[in-house]
Design a protein around this ligand. Structure first.
Ligand SMILES: *Cc1c(COP(=O)(O)O)cnc(C)c1O
Length: 405
């Protein structure tokens, strides 16, 4: 027997993270929001921090704000985010630009760190921006791409990566969590395999940061990137993060050689002198409101703790699978995410006939899912804001929609 709404409400009462919902701006519309994996909800303290920035720091201090502390924000917010969610010591992370721009920087940096190697290993199922950038960097650098085509539900497996690696591989670029099915890659094993071949491991953490605990330092990751507006709740278009392992700082170079990446910005020197720190990855003037928003949301994640967040994520995705099996499967919608919680991130994908129309009907009923072509409805469960009752209600509404069709 599947659980009732009362059971779901009881789970909410016992939820140790339940109080964090009060940290967010949550109204009556929508009735259920299952798209926090694309855009997280706004933390209340972000509203307060951004308003304070606008009124007191920008309005009150004007240009003096840069000297008061804005200049250091990309590294400072990077360090705080790294401590809260990346398992990375200070001095290796900056928050700046978009994920796409940071991927461009890191892929060129990876080529330069492995001169003489002319192959890239990546997946042809990755998020479009990752694939497009692999192609453009490969073309610019005269490299060949060894494309892997992992199974949707299983995701990329260490054996597939091992088979593609050779002494020609410069780097492997992979997404930690598959944006389609939520399949979680074995990051430590694949990173070690890349190193055995003398290659670098570059990880896209867009769908894991803030939902899956990470240990970038302990796992020996070389370079990583990820966005802050999904499970990290930094807000639409919030600046992304970029990580370079300490052992590469000093040697690492990047292609957008702007004045924010030099050793002494205000020397205004005749030539580009790269900073001997993670600052070398910066390019131009930081967008301060975005950094302040990321800082505030990283603070909420730090207070909740990634272990507790992961535990709730596993409980939510497990309940989602149970309800989808019971209520949607009889109507031709099957779960296309790993059944073992240890092998998935924080969203569950269901596929079935007329998925586009079903997703539209859900949105009409003010239950917001996420839809991806050709037939995938993604149910994103954001542990700090998704309640068990909200999940139950969303699946109940979806059940009625597929029953009527
Ligand atoms: C969301 C996402 C992106 C987004 O890149 P932007 O530059 O922020 O638009 C990139 N890669 C992956 C894997 C994603 O999930």
């Amino acid at each position: 027997m599947t659980i009732t709404l009362d059971d779901a409400r009881a789970l909410d009462r016992d939820d140790s993270l339940g109080r964090f919902r009060d940290e967010f701006l949550i109204g009556d519309d929508p009735v259920a929001y299952l798209d926090g994996n694309s855009l997280g909800r706004p933390p209340l303290r972000t509203l307060a921090r951004v308003e304070d920035l606008m009124r007191r720091e920008w309005g009150g201090r004007l240009i003096r704000g840069w000297e008061d502390g804005w200049l250091e924000l990309p590294e400072q917010v990077g360090d705080r985010l790294a401590a809260a969610s990346l398992g990375a010591a200070p001095g290796q992370t900056v928050v700046a630009e978009s994920t796409s721009v940071n991927i461009f920087k890191l892929l060129h940096a990876a080529c330069d760190l492995r001169p003489g190697r002319d192959e890239i290993v990546a997946t042809d199922t990755d998020f479009p921006t990752d694939r497009y950038l692999v192609e453009s960097v490969a073309a610019a650098r005269g490299m060949t791409v060894r494309w892997l085509s992992p199974d949707l539900v299983v995701g990329v497996e260490p054996e597939d990566v091992r088979a593609a690696l050779s002494e020609r591989t410069a780097f492997v670029l992979l997404s930690h969590v598959d944006y389609r099915s939520g399949a979680l890659a074995d990051l430590p094993t694949i990173t070690a395999l890349a190193h055995d071949a003398g290659a670098l491991a570059v990880w896209d953490l867009c769908h894991s940061a803030g939902a899956v605990p990470l240990a970038l330092d302990a796992d020996g990751v070389d370079l990583a990137v990820g966005c802050t507006y999904k499970y990290l709740n930094g807000g639409p278009g919030a600046p992304a993060f970029l990580y370079v392992a300490e052992r590469h700082i000093g040697a690492v170079r990047q292609p957008i050689t702007g004045w924010w990446g030099v050793a002494d910005r205000f020397a205004m020197g005749p030539t580009y002198e790269p900073a001997p720190s993670i600052r070398v990855m910066l390019s131009g003037t930081a967008y301060v409101p975005g950094l302040v928003a990321v800082d505030a949301s990283a603070e909420v994640v730090a207070e909740a703790g990634l272990e507790a967040i992961r535990a709730k994520s596993v409980a939510l995705t497990s309940l989602c699978v149970e309800l989808a099996d019971a209520w949607l499967e009889p109507h031709g919608f099957r779960v296309a995410s790993p059944r073992d919680p240890a092998r998935r991130g924080s969203h569950i994908t269901v596929r079935g006939p007329g998925a586009r129309a079903v997703a539209d009907a859900m949105t009409q009923a003010r239950v917001i899912p996420d839809y991806r072509n050709p037939d995938m409805i993604r149910l994103g469960l954001s542990p700090l804001t998704t309640s068990y009752a909200e999940l139950w209600t969303a699946l109940d509404v979806t059940r009625r929609i597929v029953e009527e069709r």
